[in-house]
Design a protein around this ligand. Structure first.
Ligand code: ADP
Ligand code: MG
Length: 259
């Protein structure tokens, strides 16, 4: 059972007035409208969950937020602390504090994780000498084998290892808002527990705001959701509290959405 959200301690990062706001977002792919007016507001430390049937547009939302060129925003706004994200290339959205854990992380032969994280930190004007240490700490906290850190980015990692690799990057980069596209798919029970606890820690200690896309309630047993949104046919058709997940598991989408 997914529990009702408990009191959440706020970390010491100053997040006064911070927010990730999505207003009336319409997105087309290859000229076909997929998202038809998404509205969401996420505050620091909050966990918003997007659930929905296959093909409802969940990954389209994550790609559009991060600026994938194939996902064309035809209407609407996305702002982070009032800054227009849609006007920025992906790397500048990342610098502003947006992070996407991909549903299917990409293998990048010839590029090490350490070099990616070092360059990201450098581009953001952050200290780079502690990156390796942070990587080791994050790896340990989620049971990611140290020897895998030497591999080129995601190359020959299993599905679950790739998801842990994404979580590790999220920790090292100190993102402010993270979109997690099925971070729980492909993880075994122990890995899921470790990853969800780590992400819950980010929300609690660093005020990370989370938009978690998932099919499963298991992630949400640890990651305390503030709101559950049900996406169907490109629109958020229902929003509720954590109890909605249990209702969904009992009834399924068709009954829940009254179709
Ligand atoms: P979800 O993540 O909810 O399962 P997606 O956002 O991946 O759904 O897909 C929503 C719809 O958009 C589907 O009909 C899918 O086929 C279509 N779609 C997504 N990405 C592309 C793409 N790159 N090219 C063509 N169609 C796409
Ligand atoms: Mg998807």
């Amino acid at each position: 059972m997914v529990g009702v959200n408990r009191w959440r301690k706020r970390g010491d990062r100053d997040m006064t007035n911070s927010s990730l706001v999505i207003k009336n977002l319409h997105v087309s792919v290859s000229g076909k409208p997929i998202l038809k007016g998404i509205n969401l507001e996420i505050l620091p430390g909050e966990v918003h969950v997007v659930m929905g049937p296959n093909g409802s547009g969940k990954s389209t939302l994550s790609y559009a937020l991060m600026g994938h060129p194939e996902y064309e925003v035809t209407e609407g706004e996305v702002t982070l602390d009032g800054k227009d994200m849609l006007a920025l290339p992906s790397w500048q959205r990342a610098q502003a504090g947006l992070f996407l854990c991909l549903q299917h992380p990409i293998e990048v032969p010839g590029v090490t994780l350490e070099s990616v994280l070092t360059e990201s930190a450098r581009a953001a004007g952050r200290e780079t000498s502690t990156i390796k240490k942070q990587m080791l700490e994050e790896a340990e906290s989620i049971g990611f084998e140290e020897k895998l850190l030497e591999r080129p980015m995601n190359v020959d990692l299993s599905g679950g290892e790739k998801k842990r690799n994404e979580t590790l990057q999220l920790g090292v980069l100190s993102a402010r808002y993270a979109v997690l596209d099925e971070i729980d798919s492909g993880l075994d029970v122990d890995a899921l527990a470790a990853v969800s606890q780590r992400i819950q820690g980010f929300t609690h200690d660093q005020n990370l705001g989370v938009l978690a896309i998932t099919h499963f309630s298991r992630l949400l047993e640890v990651l305390e959701p503030d709101k559950i949104h049900i996406l169907n046919d490109g629109c958020i058709q229902l929003t509720g509290g954590p109890e909605l997940v249990n209702q969904l598991e009992e009834e399924g989408y068709q009954v829940l959405l009254g179709n």
